[in-house]
Unconditional design. Structure first.
Length: 213
């Protein structure tokens, strides 16, 4: 393993150590592994992809109130760890543009960004995605389910960020959409099994909720 990766992991241990919403270091490491799986099929700049996969949540507004401060801290750390300005520009572009944003994200212009986005989205679906979704709901005080709350479509990122909804509605508002939003053929293949697992889970959940199973 290149020397920079253990340094990044130590950095993330400090930055993400307080997280209880499903965005801690273990998530970053899974996105890293997903990204490696995809790039082994699709190609791309390995160093840019893997560094971005690890640090993608360090400037996430869901996790940090002072996003600009986090961005400055991250870029300084990466520069001191040996990243060139060209690499910093690529990493910065990726981590600023891969989030879902309520389905209002812009089309990504690099293969590296597409792979990191796919890797992050893979960890949002399947068995681990289910667990993370309930973790996030619990951390943010979101209801598990409420039949009276409608499933939403979001006009913009602000509406998505401000919406609370329910954990179960989130599957329909985001997670069930991700399989068809994957950028790369490799990620679409990996996503299919995870998507099917989520569908079975929600079917069973609703049966139990309604006293039918």
């Amino acid at each position: 393993m290149e020397a920079i990766y253990p340094k990044i992991i130590s950095f993330l241990e400090k930055e993400l150590c307080q997280d209880t919403s499903g965005h801690s270091l273990d998530h970053a490491l899974r996105v890293y592994q997903n990204a490696r799986m995809i790039l082994n099929v699709e190609g791309g700049n390995e160093r840019i992809i893997l560094i971005s996969a690890l640090v993608h949540d360090v400037i996430d507004p869901k996790l940090f109130k002072q996003v600009k401060k986090q961005e400055e801290k991250l870029l300084l750390f990466l520069k001191e760890s040996g990243c060139s300005q060209e690499e910093l520009d690529s990493i910065q572009y990726i981590i600023k543009n891969i989030s879902f944003k309520g389905g209002n994200s812009t089309k990504l212009t690099s293969l590296e960004a597409q792979i990191v986005q796919d890797a992050d989205r893979l960890d949002a679906i399947g068995a681990i995605g289910i667990g993370r979704t309930f973790m996030y709901g619990g951390a943010k005080g979101i209801k598990m389910y409420d039949e009276q709350l409608s499933i939403m479509d979001f006009e913009n990122e602000e509406a998505y960020r401000n919406h609370k909804g329910t954990v179960i509605n989130h599957f329909y508002e985001k997670l069930f959409k991700l399989k068809d939003l994957m950028n790369t053929p490799a990620a679409r293949k990996f996503a299919d099994k995870r998507h099917q697992f989520m569908e079975k889970f929600i079917e069973q959940f609703l049966d139990e909720w309604n006293g039918e199973s």
